[in-house]
Design a protein around this ligand. Structure first.
Ligand code: 5GP
Ligand code: MG
Ligand code: MG
Length: 181
């Protein structure tokens, strides 16, 4: 699959080392008896949450939510829709959102607005990647951030190009030819 990779932005080794650090920060932030629901935003966050959850040494509940904001292209439409909601009640619980990437921040802003109406004890965001350049306003307050990256479209480790390549274990910038296929 290397023929589609223009540049490896974050190697598998760097990802895993950073996720371990994030797990340690999260573990010390909460108390052992806190009720925590870790929320994975599908589909991009699935690998990140799987790896992060194993580095969080707390009895967390894992739940999943699926939303759309991108409709197959590479830029945001600002239109966010919940496709799959949480199964768990988050009332009086600590919510920890595991997100793949924050681009404009519009998706998370919408998700947080919805979750806040359910009266959680707290909401914290842990994002693997952040593109700060793309934020016109401070849309969301990120608690933990894995890597700040430049304003490039990235793929791999959960992130797709037209639903493909989520299974590649590192983050890369695809070759421009990929868009022409
Ligand atoms: P936002 O609402 O913050 O602009 O975008 C949020 C979602 O768009 C992310 O959770 C991710 O699913 C998708 N997205 C944003 N930037 C990228 C990117 O560079 N590559 C890929 N594959 N998806 C992205
Ligand atoms: Mg996402
Ligand atoms: Mg996508």
């Amino acid at each position: 699959m290397e023929e589609i990779v223009d540049e490896v932005l974050i190697s598998e080794k760097k990802l895993q080392a950073r996720i371990k650090e994030l797990g340690e920060k999260i573990t010390t932030h909460y108390n052992q008896d806190d009720e925590i629901v870790m929320v994975c935003i599908l589909r991009g966050g699935f690998l990140f949450m799987a790896d992060l959850a194993r580095e969080v040494k707390l009895p967390v509940v894992l739940d999943f939510m699926d939303v759309t904001s991108y409709e197959g292209g590479t830029t945001t439409t600002g239109d966010v829709r919940i496709i799959k909601d949480l199964e768990e009640s988050i009332e009086h619980k600590h919510v920890l959102i595991a997100e793949d990437i924050i681009d404009t921040g519009l998706t998370l802003k919408h998700i947080i607005k919805v979750l806040e109406t359910r009266n959680p004890k707290s909401i914290n965001i842990c994002t693997l990647l952040d593109k700060p350049e793309r934020r016109t306003e401070k849309e969301v307050e990120v608690t933990w951030n894995g890597f700040e990256i430049p304003n490039k479209f990235v793929v791999g480790y959960g992130l797709d190009f037209q639903e493909k390549y989520r299974n590649i274990p590192y983050i890369f910038v695809p070759k421009p030819e990929l868009y022409k296929k």
